[in-house]
Ligand binder design. Structure first.
Ligand code: 5GP
Length: 219
């Protein structure tokens, strides 16, 4: 699945799949947006969902909004890299854009839940880097869910009770970031991506690069 591709320092590198998960309201959407804005070489994976569009959301930017029949078709045709049911709605990752980005040597950012992360890990363990974002407190999570004012009280209550279940999967992730403050959390997530990009195993062009260095050094 992973591709051979571009680099920022002249050494060819495998693209990686960078996954952010968290209970909703922990700030993951803001962190994803900042990463896309500030980290070159990173593409956002835009999911398909059967849930209704929220105010302020944009088709093709936040999600592709589809009905249940279309979603089932995509599952049957293996158009989705992973998919899951969350809050009675279906969510899935279109396969083609991810494969195209990885083959072009870009990294891909996923905002998906623990079920999707498990599926990606099963398919491409070596290429998946997963980060779980925790809220600093339950009160903070509730406040953020209310402030974003996109959901009804009933939906917020359901999201709060689901948060604890969602969080029980924290130990399956490679990294944990506690989002006390968006700037600090962003700096941490950014450092993780920067370090993972430098991992020796991903830098498939290193052998040639080092050989060339040695050749130049030898008399
Ligand atoms: P929301 O409805 O708040 O946008 O998303 C609800 C949950 O679904 C979030 O935890 C989000 O990460 C997750 N989610 C969004 N897209 C996908 C997807 O394509 N696959 C999976 N497995 N989860 C997704």
């Amino acid at each position: 699945m992973a591709a051979h591709g571009g680099s920022f320092d002249g050494v060819e590198r495998r693209g990686l799949m960078f996954v952010l998960s968290s209970p909703s309201g922990a700030g993951k959407t803001t962190l994803s947006r900042l990463l896309i804005e500030r980290m070159p070489g990173l593409n956002m994976s835009v999911s398909v969902t059967t849930r209704p569009m929220r105010p302020g959301e944009v088709e093709g930017r936040d999600y592709y909004f589809v009905d249940k029949i279309r979603f089932e078709e995509m599952v049957k045709r293996h158009d989705l890299l992973e998919w899951a049911t969350v809050f009675d709605n279906r969510y899935g990752t279109p396969r083609a854009p991810v494969e195209a980005a990885l083959s072009a040597g870009r990294d891909v950012l996923f905002d998906i839940d623990w079920q999707g992360t498990q599926q990606l890990r099963e398919k491409a363990r070596a290429d998946v880097v997963s980060v779980f974002i925790l809220p600093p407190s339950a009160a903070d999570l509730e406040k953020r869910l209310h402030t974003r004012a996109q959901d009804s009280d009933e939906v917020i209550r359901a999201r709060m009770s689901r948060a604890s279940h969602e969080m029980s999967h924290w130990a399956e992730y490679d990294y944990i970031v506690i989002n006390r403050n968006v700037d600090e959390a962003f700096a941490e997530v950014q450092s993780i991506l920067k370090a993972e990009r430098l991992k020796r195993e991903r830098r498939i062009g290193l052998t040639t690069f080092v050989r060339e260095l040695q050749r130049q050094l030898e008399p």
